[in-house]
Design a binder for this molecule. Structure first.
Ligand code: GDP
Length: 316
């Protein structure tokens, strides 16, 4: 089996400082089978990283923990999200974030949330905060669990309710985290009872933000893993892929395991199906992560992923 020791980085085009462009324009890597584990409730790698309670910014603040015995599965290297400057080899196996395909890089640090405050609601991209801090935008179909996830991430109940107030649901809502970066709540799409014209407006509005917001590090596209893929979600993902907008897929409601209620499939199967359906729009698989706001599954992992994207972005 051939092992890659260096992951090639391609020239940069559209989003010049994004991980996404570097990753997705890279030539397809050779296959490297990574041994990982699959449990009924979550994927996890043989080597899982958790943040320590310390808020120190050094990489040494992450400890490796051993996991209980689980059924081994194999993940091919081309199914992993490997951040730039991250080497994988048989001597240096990847550290994969639990419940995801995301390899941890040296840029992961400062993952704890110390402060979170609502800053402003904007009605156009140009009106968004202009201090140049990096940001992550959460978007998804109405009812996907966006407000719940936002609250789970910042560990504050009802913070995201600001964006659910009348008049704010169609806005770009900025939350400042640790006084250094932003979480952005974008209007939900596909709201069943919204008039067609309003839906069109939301599309135009958010698309302009995706294409023109220079401090956008990555869109976090939320997909409900408890139900089979919806056409509108596939359209959204393919639009982001085709426009080379940096994207991480966040699968929500991964605690919902009743097969009958959920269209006959477990979250893991819906996660796999969704990836298969969108793979043709991407040169390589985008980063994805499984979450639940009920159990806080994926919360620490999302924060680590955001920290590595952010720190890479700040350094380039
Ligand atoms: P939003 O419209 O995308 O902001 O969605 P909400 O956060 O308001 O959630 C919509 C519904 O899904 C609510 O009834 C939540 O209780 C439920 N929900 C949200 N996240 C989860 C989750 O992780 N697990 C489960 N089981 N239900 C969830």
């Amino acid at each position: 089996m051939a092992f890659l020791t260096h992951f090639p980085v391609a020239p940069i085009h559209h989003h010049s400082s994004s991980l996404f462009t570097r990753f997705f324009l890279s030539p397809k890597p050779k296959t490297l089978l990574i041994f990982a584990t699959l449990s009924p409730s979550h994927f996890s790698s043989t080597s899982t990283i958790i943040p320590s309670s310390s808020s120190s910014s050094s990489l040494e603040t992450f400890q490796e923990i051993s996991l209980p015995e689980e059924t081994p599965i194999q993940i091919a290297q081309e199914k992993l999200f490997i951040p730039p400057d991250t080497e994988i080899s048989s001597e240096k196996p990847p550290r994969i974030l639990r419940g995801s395909n995301i390899v941890l890089s040296k840029y992961a640090r400062d993952a704890q949330i110390v402060s979170a405050e609502f800053v402003k609601s904007s009605v156009e991209t140009d009106a968004c905060p202009s201090d140049g801090s990096p940001e992550f935008a959460l978007v998804g179909r109405s009812n996907v669990g966006k407000s719940s996830l936002l609250n789970s991430i910042v560990k504050r109940k009802k913070l995201a309710l600001t964006s659910k107030k009348p008049g704010k649901t169609q806005c770009i809502n900025h939350f400042r985290i640790n006084d250094s970066w932003y979480l952005v709540d974008l209007p939900g799409y596909g709201y069943a009872s919204a008039p067609h014209e309003l839906k069109q407006d939301w599309n135009k509005f958010t698309k302009d933000y995706f294409l023109n917001r220079s401090t956008l590090v990555s869109v976090f596209l939320l997909i409900d893993a408890s139900i089979p893929a919806k056409k509108i979600d596939l359209e959204y993902a393919s639009w982001l892929g085709q426009n080379q907008v940096p994207m991480t897929i966040v699968f929500t409601k991964c605690d919902k395991r009743k097969k009958k209620k959920n269209g006959g499939k477990h979250p893991e199967e819906n996660v796999q199906d969704f990836q298969d359906l969108i793979s043709k729009y991407f040169d390589s698989v985008p980063p994805w992560i499984m979450t639940s706001s009920l159990t806080n599954q994926g919360r620490d992992e999302i924060l680590l992923h955001m920290s590595q994207l952010r720190n890479y972005w700040l350094n380039h």
